[in-house]
Every structure is written in C-alpha cells, then in structure tokens.
Design a protein around this ligand. Structure first.
Ligand SMILES: *[C@@H]1O[C@H](CO)[C@@H](O)[C@H](O)[C@H]1NC(C)=O
Ligand SMILES: *[C@@H]1O[C@H](CO)[C@@H](O)[C@H](O)[C@H]1NC(C)=O
Ligand SMILES: *[C@@H]1O[C@H](CO)[C@@H](O)[C@H](O)[C@H]1NC(C)=O
Ligand SMILES: *[C@@H]1O[C@H](CO)[C@@H](O)[C@H](O)[C@H]1NC(C)=O
Ligand SMILES: *[C@@H]1O[C@H](CO)[C@@H](O)[C@H](O)[C@H]1NC(C)=O
Ligand SMILES: *[C@@H]1O[C@H](CO)[C@@H](O)[C@H](O)[C@H]1NC(C)=O
Ligand SMILES: *[C@@H]1O[C@H](CO)[C@@H](O)[C@H](O)[C@H]1NC(C)=O
Ligand SMILES: *[C@@H]1O[C@H](CO)[C@@H](O)[C@H](O)[C@H]1NC(C)=O
Ligand SMILES: *[C@@H]1O[C@H](CO)[C@@H](O)[C@H](O)[C@H]1NC(C)=O
Ligand SMILES: *[C@@H]1O[C@H](CO)[C@@H](O)[C@H](O)[C@H]1NC(C)=O
Ligand SMILES: *[C@@H]1O[C@H](CO)[C@@H](O)[C@H](O)[C@H]1NC(C)=O
Length: 440
C-alpha cells in the first residue's frame, strides 16, 4: 500500500496498529498451606471472627471464613508449625472503582464487591502477623489506627486506598521490620480528603524498609526539609513513590546525597515544585525509573544523564521547561525502554538523538518514545529504523515534515505511530503495516 502526497498538502495522520494485547491480570487467591498439620490456633480464629463481624461483605468475599481451621480461610496464612496466623490479605480483585459522572464532576466510588466497615482493635492480638493487606477496604474516613504500629513483626503493610483520613500516626515508625509500606490513596475515591503528615521523623524508625508508597498523601505541611526525612531511610530502600503529595519545594542542592545504591525507583510526579530539575537527582546512578512528570519543573533540562546507565524509564513529561533541544546525553542511555518528553518545550531536530541511540552496542532498548506536544521539526531520521524494539512512537503535535522513512516499516514490534498534527508532506512506506490512517 503506497500512497504519495503532493507537496502542497499537509498530511496529518494517525497510525494505530493496536494489536490486541489485553493482559488479564492474574487473580491471586491466598489460601492456607496444603500440608498444614497443626491447624489454626483458637485464639487467632476468634480474633478473625471478631474482625469479620466489623466488616460489610456484600459479595461474600469472606464466605470461606467458617469452620475451625482458619488457616484454610481465604486470605489467611499460618505458620505451619505453630498454627499462628501470620498473614492477613484481604485484597479483593473484584473490588474496583467505578467512575460516575455527577454535576460537580467525575467521582469514583468503590463497587459493590468491596469490603467496608471497621477495624477491630483485637487485631493487635495477632502478634505474629507479618503480612497485612487491608487495601481497598472502605474504612469510611477514620484515622489509621495507632495500634498497627504495635504489630511489630510486620514486614508488609498495605493500607492503600482504604479510605483513611487525618494524620498518619507516627506509631507506624515502630515497625522496624517493615519491608513494604503502601499508604497511597487515589483522589476522588473517598468523599473526603485523604491522609496527611505534618512531620516525617517517624520514617527514621523504618530501618528495614525497601518500598515506600505515599502517593496522594498530603505532605504540604511537612515543610522544605521533607527530602531530608526521606534520606534518613535505610540503605535497603529500593522504591520511593511520592506522586501528588502536594510537595512544593525541591532543593537545588543537597549537603549530602547519600541515597544508597539500592535505590532504583523515584516517583515525584504531580507535585508542584516550581523549580529547576536538580543535578543531584540525575546523580543517583542506581535509578532504573525516574518519574518527574507534571511537577512544574522549570529551567533547562540538564544535559547530565550520562551516569544514569541503569535508567530504563524516564518520564519528564508535562513540565514547563525552558525551550531547548533534547539533551544529548539521553542518547547514551542504551538500557532506556521508555522515554516520555511529552509537552516539555523541546525544540530542534531529533536526528542526533536517534543516531546516538542507534549506536548502542547491543542496539537500543527503547520501546516507547513520546515526544508529542513540543516544537520539534525537521524530517524523521532513517536511523529510527535502528530502534528495533520500538513498539510506540508518539510524535503528535510537532512540526515534523517530509516522508516516513522506509526503515520504520521494518520495525516489527511497532504497534503505534502517532504523527497527528504535523506538516508531513512526503510518502508513507509501503512496508508500514497500517491499522488506521487519519489524514486531513
Ligand atoms: C515539505 O515541507 C518542508 C518544510 O515546509 C519543505 O522544506 C520541503 O521542501 C517540503 N517537501 C516536499 C517534498 O514538498
Ligand atoms: C465490581 O466490578 C468487577 C469488575 O468489573 C465485577 O466483576 C464485579 O461483578 C462488580 N461487582 C458488583 C457487585 O458490581
Ligand atoms: C497494595 O495494594 C494495592 C491494591 O490492592 C496494589 O495495587 C499495590 O501494588 C499494593 N502495594 C504493594 C507495595 O504491594
Ligand atoms: C511507638 O511509637 C510511638 C510514637 O512514635 C511511641 O510513643 C511509642 O512509645 C512507641 N511504642 C513502642 C512500643 O515502641
Ligand atoms: C493538606 O494538609 C494541610 C494540613 O497539613 C491542610 O491545611 C490542607 O487543606 C490539606 N490540603 C488538602 C487539599 O487536603
Ligand atoms: C544519609 O545521611 C544521613 C545524615 O548523615 C544519615 O542519617 C542516613 O542514615 C544516611 N543514609 C544512608 C542511606 O546512608
Ligand atoms: C514560581 O517561582 C517564581 C520565581 O522563582 C515565582 O515568580 C512564581 O510566582 C512561582 N510560581 C508559583 C505558581 O508559585
Ligand atoms: C555527583 O556525584 C559525584 C560522585 O559521586 C560527586 O562528586 C558530585 O559532587 C555529585 N554532583 C552533584 C550535583 O551532586
Ligand atoms: C508518571 O507519573 C504520572 C502521574 O503520576 C503517571 O500518569 C505516569 O504514568 C507515570 N509515568 C510512568 C512512565 O510510569
Ligand atoms: C514552556 O511551556 C509552557 C507550557 O507548558 C509555557 O507556558 C512556557 O512559556 C514555556 N516556556 C518557555 C521558556 O518557552
Ligand atoms: C551485548 O550482548 C552480548 C550477548 O548478549 C553480551 O555478551 C555483551 O556483554 C553485551 N554488550 C554490552 C555492551 O551490553
């Protein structure tokens, strides 16, 4: 299929080769151990029964919570030898938010499969608990109970989207064995503001932490030294998620940048820094994933990516950076899989950047490149055809012109090519497998 267009027409097209690829999420059901010989300890069973009595369970998610052996109940895990309950995982994959359109705007609410209700403090008697997942249970705007900080054996604590409100109890800082702490909320899910913290000193007690998610937790009152609290986290820290925390300052320099070499994920997206992108962040060379999208970052994008050799995913999209070219050193990142620079005021041509990436020894890893909504111009370089792993190339709303290089037609994984609103005025290679073409 070859189409050729006259030089005078501006061709605007959108090519979507969306090969059906819906990933069905595996449903995890936790059950007791098959080869259990001890069975559930009676006092733990009583605690669970009391806990269940505090919950509304319209879909019968906990209907297996009957009978003597609580170790076989859904979501319960026991120590095989002692019969003590060590795991309580009430994640219900059928519980989802549904979006409703109201006069005030969109609101999301839990659907009828979700649990709701109260937390019975007798939960504290499950002294051996090391895994507690109460995510997506609608607790109706109560505070996170202080007693959770006394479940001292916890390694995993997930209280995300559980409709808690008010201040995070500093007691959580007593959980010195915790590896995972997820407190993230989602806006609009509960009909009140979510949780907040006005100081983060308690974080320093989490001396085994690997993964911290405080997305949407209101940290606006923590003040300018918020970052210092996170540098107190232990060297085991691997993921730090702080999106939409209402943080409004990002230090340009730090007296010390001692994030450990385990740190691989930083998400500071959706904050309101109104400052430039600090060099110390690009100096954390262990990072695989850095998300700073929508955080009101100004000034130039520093051309200082050369040490970020493990970087796989970089999202700087939607920031009012100073107009400038794509940083050269981004072209040296051969492990980069996804690069989002949508709406970042970048200008100039992409040839040098793409040429540089196509020089990667074992070919570039780039799968997703989103450069939409910028002021990029020139023609699309042939070397795009060397980015063999590309699945999605988003170039909409720029000023690219000329032809789509034939080399793009040989990208066998490419599913999506978006050139919407570009003054393209050349040819489309016959080898391009086109799903939809929208041309104006
Ligand atoms: C396409 O547009 C560009 C920029 O306006 C112009 O320089 C070029 O000559 C045009 N190419 C063709 C084939 O018309
Ligand atoms: C909640 O949503 C899930 C996913 O769409 C669905 O399977 C389930 O039936 C819904 N439950 C109710 C009670 O609507
Ligand atoms: C916490 O639970 C939510 C929802 O059940 C899940 O999406 C998230 O990945 C969990 N967090 C962690 C750190 O496992
Ligand atoms: C737990 O933390 C709180 C607040 O940080 C503190 O007052 C309390 O003494 C601690 N409890 C234990 C058992 O360490
Ligand atoms: C964030 O928390 C502060 C108190 O720490 C409060 O004054 C402010 O209203 C909160 N903002 C929102 C949007 O909840
Ligand atoms: C970073 O430095 C601070 C202050 O010197 C210290 O308390 C903290 O433990 C250090 N963190 C790591 C990961 O070394
Ligand atoms: C952002 O910072 C500049 C100066 O650094 C200031 O003039 C401006 O008012 C700030 N904008 C916001 C929204 O805070
Ligand atoms: C980056 O790291 C190097 C060595 O680890 C250090 O010398 C330099 O001062 C750091 N730069 C910034 C801006 O933090
Ligand atoms: C970065 O964060 C934004 C907002 O939190 C999110 O929409 C986006 O998907 C994230 N980017 C990546 C690459 O995960
Ligand atoms: C960058 O883009 C923003 C819109 O995101 C715009 O308001 C701003 O003026 C631009 N900055 C420069 C220096 O052009
Ligand atoms: C390239 O790939 C080969 C084989 O997979 C591997 O042995 C080699 O170390 C790789 N080189 C680089 C620079 O990654």
């Amino acid at each position: 299929m070859m189409s050729s267009h006259s030089t005078s027409t501006h061709l605007v097209f959108l090519l979507l080769l969306l090969l059906g690829c819906l990933h069905l999420e595996t449903i995890k059901l936790t059950s007791g151990n098959e080869d259990l010989n001890v069975g559930c300890v009676e006092k733990d069973r009583k605690v669970l029964i009391e806990f269940k009595e505090g919950l509304n369970d319209p879909s019968g998610w906990l209907s297996s919570w009957v009978g003597e052996d609580c170790c076989r109940w859904r979501g319960i895990g026991c120590n095989k030898k002692t019969g003590r309950v060590i795991k309580l995982d009430l994640t219900n994959p059928l519980c989802i938010y549904q979006l409703f359109y109201t006069e005030e705007g969109d609101t999301q609410v839990f659907n009828m499969s979700c649990l709701s209700g109260k937390i019975n403090p007798s939960l504290l008697l499950l002294k051996h608990l090391n895994y507690l997942d109460l995510s997506m249970i609608n607790f109706g705007g109560i505070s996170i109970p202080e007693f959770i900080g006394s479940l001292e054996n916890l390694k995993y604590l997930n209280l995300s989207n559980a409709c808690f409100a008010k201040k995070i109890p500093p007691h959580l800082g007593n959980l010195s064995h915790l590896h995972y702490l997820d407190l993230h909320g989602q806006s609009n899910v509960c009909d009140f503001y979510g949780i907040y913290a006005d100081n983060l000193k308690w974080l320093s007690g989490l001396s085994s932490l690997k993964h911290l998610d405080m997305g949407n937790v209101n940290l606006s009152k923590v003040g300018a030294d918020w970052l210092q609290a996170f540098t107190m986290l232990p060297p085991s820290l691997s993921e730090l998620h702080l999106p939409r925390c209402r943080l409004d300052s990002l230090p340009i320099s730090l007296p010390f940048v001692n994030f450990s070499s385990s740190l691989s994920v930083i998400d500071l997206s959706g904050n309101n820094f109104n400052s430039s992108l600090p060099l110390w962040l690009l100096n954390i060379s262990s990072l695989a994933n850095l998300n700073l999208s929508g955080s009101s970052l100004r000034g130039p994008i520093p051309d200082a990516f050369v040490d970020m050799i493990f970087l796989q995913e970089l999202d700087l999209s939607d920031n009012p950076f100073k107009v400038g070219e794509i940083p050269r050193t981004l072209g040296t990142l051969c492990k980069l899989k996804s690069l989002y620079l949508f709406h970042t005021n970048i200008t100039g041509e992409i040839t040098e950047f793409v040429d540089s990436l196509s020089g990667c020894t074992n070919s570039s890893s780039l799968e997703m490149l989103d450069l939409g909504g910028n002021q990029l111009s020139g023609h699309l370089p042939d070397s795009l055809g060397h980015l063999k792993k590309l699945t999605s190339l988003q170039l909409a709303r720029n000023s690219f012109w000329g032809s789509i290089p034939a080399s793009i037609g040989s990208l066998s994984f490419l599913k999506e090519l978006d050139l919407f609103i570009n003054p393209m005025n050349g040819t489309i290679p016959a080898t391009l497998r086109v799903g939809h073409v929208i041309s104006l």
